[in-house]
Design a protein around this ligand. Sequence first.
Ligand code: SF4
Length: 378
Amino acid sequence: MFNYQPERILIDSAVSKEPLTRQICSRFPNVPTYEVKNYNWHKDSSANDPLKNPLSQGKKTLHLKQFKGKSIKACPGFSDNLVCCNYFTLDLIENCPFECTYCILQAFLNKPVITVHANLEDILKQVWQITSAQPETLFRIGTGEHSDSLALDKTFGINQHVIKFFSNIPNALLELKTKSNHVEHLLELPHGGKTVISWSVNPQEIIKKEEHKTATLDERLKAAKMASDAGYKVAFHFDPMIDYPDWEKGYQRLVEQIVDNVSSDRIAWISFGTLRYISSLKSIVDERFPNSRVFLGEFIPGVDGKMRYLKKIRQRLYRNVQNKVEKLAPDVPTYLCMESSHLWEKSMPNSPKTSPEMEGVLLRSLEKRYTKETKCLI
Ligand code: SF4
């Protein structure tokens, strides 16, 4: 695994005295820092160097920013036409040092620098206010929406604060989603069983070709074992599943490798989702990763406008891996990410018609298996 090293750190004046700003800057004593107001990437000379790809160059700038919005939001996958799991996202970092060929952030973020929301105390205070206003709701809140939750954490040390904070919220579970193996610094923390560390997984041949700079599958599974031995719940996301020549063997083997490494009673959930992308991503990937084979095949636009494999291909992929999980880890709840109820019917044992129904299935499983951490539901 590589270590991230920025070329410069830009600090919003409003967060120059924040404890997190001091903490992060102290980890890069030789990197120049600049105080900025209203930083605008499009006016930055780094953005306009014709010899450098702005998406690659941008990641070398670390921007410590004041976040002013609402701290937790409904997952953007939520749509009336799709069955979703009623998940919330907490944005602490935007952009990611890894280079997955299919990464949607390449087409989505309006500036390619790595941005950290440095007013962490304000952000967490808001989380407290929102969760305590609904004490009978179990909030599942993840930080891996606009970045990888742990890719930078060994150096930045943000999650030590966040994990401790969530250990005191009675009605929330924090999910840290990653393709790294950076967990050693978290093992001794008083997490109170309220953090789920989850891994996005794929067969090693896909990781090698399409998930550059990330941890190998073996490294991810070893890290998952370490985390579960330290009392964390873990989870796995088969997402994005790729339709490639050896897919059947690859994904079946992947389920076996997971249960060989981690006891299934520590696995909080497993999700499945196939490759999906917005059409503007394709030309970016063709330019940045000409050897990628990720967009080979036939795709059709879904109800949310994103391109997806044909339904019969998605069903085949889901059914195959679902059957294997059912056999090897029957108590672990599984769900599809961003799919219609029709797809659920054809591929999964439960066929919830609506998002609340789907969330109910997941919550009942959590309640049964982790009673102490889900007391708010009783
Ligand atoms: S780990 Fe996630 S956020 Fe990072 S490059 Fe890969 S897909 Fe994008």
